[in-house]
Design a protein around this ligand. Sequence first.
Ligand code: ADP
Ligand code: 5GP
Length: 206
Amino acid sequence: MNRKGIIIVVSGFSGAGKGTIMKALTAKYDQYALSVSATTRSPREGEVNGREYFFITNEEFEKLIEEDGLIEHAKYVNHYYGTPRKYVEDKLSQGIDVILEIEIQGALQIKKQYPDAVLLFVMPPSATELEKRLRGRGTETEDVIRQRLNRAVEESVGIENYDYIVINDKLEDSVENVHQIISSAHLSPGRNLDFIETIRTQLKQL
Ligand code: ADP
Ligand code: 5GP
């Protein structure tokens, strides 16, 4: 059976645990490719250029947009974020699943261009837990934390556009849930038309 690569979009409120889940998922399962986005925000402590993000200037970002080098981009709390086109297209053509950890405006752009993409939204078990995680991470100023919590209220209106929610209570459960959702997506009849046709042909010959 020839397995085609799927785009999996993972969104969620800031601090819900997307990054943590993706790190654990890709450590446990090596078949997933995680797209590295470009951004104009500054690196956090421990973030490495080319690993978490490609950290670039506004001018460089605008040049990428002009060159059609991004498959989607959006502005999030004062900074640009975008998905480089080449990596995603290369992986898909090799039959590899690609995960994009992006916010909601980008997710909707992807769904338009790739109707086959599977959209997941990571939810915290409660709003107070979200605030606790965001503050506990200790990477943003109070001002930015407030802006991100306000943004979460706006984003909560768009969750209905997603295919699945993942409630990130226990990390290991979330990792398994994401893996199961992707595995199930590969088993949709629409993604297996060649296989179905083969069996039909064989049946006729019995
Ligand atoms: P996001 O990428 O969605 O902004 P992070 O992955 O950076 O969120 O997680 C935010 C904080 O919450 C981090 O300090 C992380 O260690 C913590 N965290 C993530 N998942 C869980 C979980 N299931 N239980 C408890 N803490 C978590
Ligand atoms: P952070 O600054 O916390 O790393 O990311 C802020 C938000 O930007 C998160 O919701 C994250 O998912 C989103 N994001 C990261 N990369 C991209 C991207 O390439 N495109 C879009 N649209 N959003 C992104």
